[in-house]
Design a protein around this ligand. Sequence first.
Ligand code: GDP
Ligand code: IMO
Ligand code: MG
Length: 436
Amino acid sequence: MSSVVIVGAQWGDEGKGKIVDIYTEFADVVIRYAGGPNAGHTLVIGDDKLVVRLLPSGILRPGTLCVLGQGMVVDPTVLVGEIDELKRRGHDDIEARLAISDRSHLILPYHIQIDTLRESSLPKERALGTTKKGIGPAYEDKVRRTGIRAGELRDLKQLTGSVEASLEAWAPVITALGGSVPVAKDIVAELAPLAQRLVPMLTDTSRVAHDALKHNKRVMLEGAQGTLLDIDHGTYPFVTSSSAVAGGAAIGAGIGPNRIDTVIGITKAYATRVGSGPFPTELDDEAGAHLRNVGVEFGSVTGRPRRTGWLDLPALRYASRVNGIDGLALTKLDVLTGLPQIKVCVAYDTPAGRVTDLPIDQLDTPGLTPVYEVLEGWDEPLASARVLDQLPRAARAYVRFLEEAAEAPVFLVSVGPRRAETIVLHNPFVGRAETP
Ligand code: GDP
Ligand code: IMO
Ligand code: MG
């Protein structure tokens, strides 16, 4: 048995797509366990780029079974669009190696309508800056117990009744927001051709995961979003609505927590955030512009410019604690090339004194200031490095510094968006490649 969780250690967009794709070369099954089309996971193969939003990032590895777990919220229109895009690219077998949990919840057009109306009706300081993909309302429907599960696509008559009940619960909200309440029958009529496409792939994916582990297959559990966007552990209320952390993998894939062997946390060599909410190490200067421009920090789903800042070690240690991170994948180290100096937040000064633990619920309190350590920069490009020794001395020192301060070994260093632009130090499906 071998199962590995890949989880974002920051506010999302850490490079999960690339790292899942790299390690999936050695996996048999990849399961996305949380979130929906708010995710945008980028895969760069040669000069070809693909951004997946619902499909697991292992999808380009031939023969890999890809699973959408029950922790997800699935927009049928987006999913069929992604499947067709993959077919256009020549992946004709995609439907044969895709399994969709019949207990995942559906995002329907009114979830998107509510998300959009709500965001635009809120005053600027309270708007979350959501991706407007209907994520919040779909998960709200789920916990209110009026949600629509993918399995209901099998019986359109029953589905109509469920959509009517869900709409009844939402009608006062839609009306108060100035929208018009849609008709259940119209929604189901639009769903019918999509249902025909998706129903053959619906199954009890917990059974798929269980059988794979029982037969000693290698299972990759792919997170979406990141620890600081998690509904319980993130910077609430500026979070998403799902369990993004590693614990969410057990629930979202339908396996016991004792079936997870390794947790890999992904962090960029700096920090970014898209959407609203506290970000104490945020930069509004030349260094911040360097990170955005060189790192191409623009949302892969919404195209919004990402906010940029220095790496936050208290936040990384916090992520390590709440996820049980065994090792780190450090991405985008190459983006730091050319910065004269690199700062890293090592602690916080608060009105009550200096703390090294992340004061997660006080991040936007006046008087809270990050304490920085300044490290030496470097000018050499890193993209051709394949082993740590090929990195310039200052870049190696940066990796070492993080490893010690984060109290977790570095398993992988990414020095560019392409598959080959990677230094693999440890592969949890295989073993240690290079002693750091
Ligand atoms: P995800 O949501 O965690 O999968 O990350 P995104 O795909 O939203 O954003 C990461 C971006 O960084 C994508 O454009 C990747 O192609 C790119 N990327 C990933 N790793 C590296 C790296 O090591 N260096 C550089 N320069 N780009 C990277
Ligand atoms: P990946 O998987 C970065 C952010 C949104 C917003 C908040 C709530 O690509 O890392 P939502 O639409 O989920 O209700 O928005 O969460 N957010 C992300 N930020 N990467 C993501 O996904 C995100 N998914 C949601 O910007 O601040
Ligand atoms: Mg992303």
